[in-house]
Design a protein around this ligand. Structure first.
Ligand code: UGA
Length: 442
């Protein structure tokens, strides 16, 4: 089937390429001319494992094309997916202007039936606004449908997630839309044997926001428990394992750390809270989730400050700039919180990340970036671990100790075992686990 995807960010590009890979003919649109030109030269605007090969393969096979014209996209396919950004607006609500513009431009250019599918994360009942907008801009009485098909891909494992989803959620209100979307997803459903859930549009829209908010809540919950662990001598890894084996709770998303980041959880939790407030139902539980998340970062900063006493002129090696491993995305990454704070306190920073260095240095040019974690840690007074990259997990602790000026490691991702760190003579503070090597314990 012919499919148009508007928006070639993480979601749009992965979705479009996946559709091409399963045999559809896909046209990906973006209004960022530079990005489209890059893609036409087969250069990737983002890092996502496996994406480049798949884009090349499908582009060369003629199943995947790129353009900047929504008019072209509207003429090309009956089904048009909206995968544009919904960044936070000035009050924290999701900015829907890009979504609205796609609706408007499709309406102005369509000559026969079109199905507009919301792929971007939107507030419940956005479909109604979209329909109203389309009706306003349609010149003739051309039929159309709006549907919701929220995306559950995780950055870093997006390709795998696309071919093996836990479920596919589709919100439709006509047979025609239902048939088209079933046809698109049939190869994935058949191959992965995943559940294909069809529901009304509001339910599909809400499913996405509720899923992300629930996952953020799980993370904040375990982070809150980690604080209790720190006060009582309990160990968060053991507690998380103990509760995660209960099938009703589940093992995943129980890793305590420096808090969640990325382009989704912070923005979606915020937008969900605002939606509740507007509806007159305060989602206090999510307000607390946000507070815990921010507090987790502040708490880690206090740990560093406590160890070093004065931060001015101290050399601090920051390991990890991406919001999680496997991606070059630095949006809402912990490093974007710590780096400015440390600069303000006049610390001397040495930074490392295997993939996100470039994106981070666009926001923080003029800082010192290194190619390996060990180089980065050279002569440092402390190491701050913010992303659990494999290169950090595999660090040779003996060598690490040798290159540091002072063997202080503040670990926001619980990468190492406190007992190992103690054996190697580190002062080691992590999250929700017994700290080691403190002078008053000697
Ligand atoms: C998240 C959801 O997991 C996807 O299902 C969803 O499609 C996506 O948002 C989206 O809305 O587009 P993503 O932001 O790529 O995906 O990353 P996650 O793997 O969910 O991690 C989010 C943050 O939570 C990261 O900062 C990660 O370090 C943190 N995290 C995750 C924890 O601190 N502890 C955990 O146990 C799990």
């Amino acid at each position: 089937m012919k499919i148009t995807i508007v928006g070639t960010g993480y979601v749009g590009l992965v979705t479009g390429t996946t559709f091409a890979e399963i045999g559809h003919e896909v046209l990906c649109i973006d209004n960022d001319e530079k990005k489209i030109q890059k893609l036409m030269r087969l250069e990737m605007p983002i890092y996502e494992e496996g994406l480049e090969d798949m884009v090349k393969r499908n582009f060369n096979a003629g199943r995947l094309r790129f353009s900047t014209s929504i008019k072209e996209g509207t003429e090309f396919a009956t089904v048009i997916f909206i995968a544009v950004g919904t960044p936070p607006g000035y009050k924290g609500e999701a900015n829907m202007s890009y979504v609205e513009r796609v609706g408007r431009e499709v309406a102005e250019n369509m000559k026969s039936y079109r199905l507009l599918v919301e792929k971007s994360t939107v507030i419940v009942n956005t479909n109604q606004q979209l329909k109203r907008t389309m009706n306003k801009y349609l010149e003739d009485d051309i039929p159309f449908d709006v549907a919701s098909n929220p995306e559950f891909l995780r950055e870093g494992t997006a390709i795998k997630d696309a071919f093996h989803p836990d479920r596919i959620v589709v919100g439709v209100e006509s047979q025609r839309a239902s048939k088209l979307l079933r046809e698109i997803y049939e190869p994935i459903v058949k191959k992965s044997n995943c559940e294909y859930l069809e529901m009304n549009i509001a339910s599909a829209e809400l499913t996405k926001h509720a899923a992300n908010s629930f996952l953020a809540m799980k993370i904040s919950f375990i982070n809150a428990v980690s604080r209790i662990c720190e006060m009582t001598g309990a160990d968060i890894k053991q507690v998380a394992h103990g509760i995660g084996l209960d099938g009703r709770i589940g093992k995943s998303f129980l890793y305590a750390g420096v808090g969640y980041g990325g382009s989704c959880f912070p923005k979606d939790v915020d937008a969900f809270i605002r939606m509740g407030d507007e509806l007159g139902y305060s989602l206090n539980v999510l307000k607390e989730v946000q507070k815990i998340n921010i507090n987790q970062r502040e708490h880690m900063m206090r740990k560093l400050q406590h160890e070093l006493w004065v931060l001015e002129d101290k050399v601090i090696a920051v390991l990890g700039l991406a919001f999680k491993p496997g991606t070059d995305d630095v949006r809402e990454s912990p490093a974007l919180y710590f780096v400015p704070q440390l600069i303000e306190r006049k610390a001397k920073l040495r930074l490392w990340d295997p993939i996100a260095k470039e994106k981070f240095s666009e926001l923080h040019p003029g800082l010192s970036y290194f190619d390996t974690p060990l180089e980065c840690c050279q002569e440092a007074d402390a190491v701050l671990i913010l992303t659990e990259w494999p290169e950090v997990k595999e660090l040779n602790l003996k060598k690490l100790k040798e290159v540091l000026k002072v063997p202080i490691v503040i670990d926001g991702r619980n990468v190492f075992e406190p007992t190992d760190m103690q054996k190697h003579g580190f002062i080691y503070k992590c999250v929700g686990r017994e700290p080691v090597g403190l002078p008053d314990k000697k």
